[in-house]
Design a protein around this ligand. Structure first.
Ligand SMILES: Cc1cc2nc3c(=O)[nH]c(=O)nc-3n(C[C@H](O)[C@H](O)[C@H](O)COP(=O)(O)O)c2cc1C
Length: 208
């Protein structure tokens, strides 16, 4: 495939524009085949040295979901305590996770000690393994959106606690905790922008 038609490029941009971080989910289940199609995009993602360092845990048991939710509640209360006045009031109104409603939870880790890739590209920048995981998550985010599914990234968590609760192998670090499900609404504007918390700024490109 040398080039993609203009109409495809327009649609791809549309997909990117309408990808959202979703925190408001319907509770109905996600079809297994749809979820697997989305997860399969990890295999298409770039990774440093072709190390494919992503490790994915589907958080399904009631106990594991409950511990993740409790983790979020504690971390969110601590985060709220870091704000004062109007900003604290505004923060407390934000919905910052859809963990209760989302039918699927994915805890996505980086295996910082993987031998795959033989260390190529990661000797001076081992963090590139984690960057690789982020890139893969982004591909899945777009694939999910193309299916009409929503994903929401939850980082208001104590990662060490989450690793302990999920009993992950030594050397795995948490990169993303993703809620997945059918969104209650669609928008081309980030929820934080709609809530008046922050807005997108102009792109700055410097030439030196
Ligand atoms: C690394 C990362 C961590 C994030 N953590 C959270 C989070 O804990 N809670 C939340 O509500 N949104 C979280 N978000 C979503 C961002 O707030 C969101 O991406 C941003 O506001 C832009 O909105 P959009 O993704 O809909 O374009 C996170 C996003 C990224 C990329």
């Amino acid at each position: 495939m040398d080039t993609f038609p203009n109409e495809f490029r327009d649609q791809l941009l549309n997909l990117m524009a309408w990808r959202r971080d979703v925190r408001r989910f319907r509770t109905d289940p996600v079809d297994e085949a749809v979820l697997m199609r989305c997860l399969d995009t990890f295999r298409l993602a770039p990774s440093v040295g072709l190390s494919e360092p992503w490790r994915i845990i589907r958080v399904q048991s009631e106990a594991a979901r409950a511990s993740a939710l409790e983790n979020y509640k504690v971390a969110n209360a601590q985060a709220l305590a870091g704000y004062d006045g109007d900003q604290a009031a505004s923060y407390s109104q934000l919905k910052l996770s859809g963990m209760v409603e989302a039918p699927e939870h994915l805890a996505i880790f980086c295996d910082d000690r993987t031998a795959q890739g033989h260390g190529l590209g990661a000797a001076t920048m081992p963090e590139t393994r984690r960057y690789s995981v982020v890139g893969a998550v982004t591909l899945m985010w777009l694939a999910a959106r193309s299916e009409g599914l929503g994903m929401g990234w939850v980082s208001i968590l104590d990662p060490d606690q989450l690793c302990r609760d999920l009993n992950v192998p030594t050397g795995w670090s948490l990169v993303a905790y993703m809620c997945v499900g059918w969104p209650e609404e669609q928008s081309d504007t980030p929820e934080l922008e709609r809530a008046g918390w922050e807005h997108r700024h102009n792109l700055i490109i410097e030439t030196r």
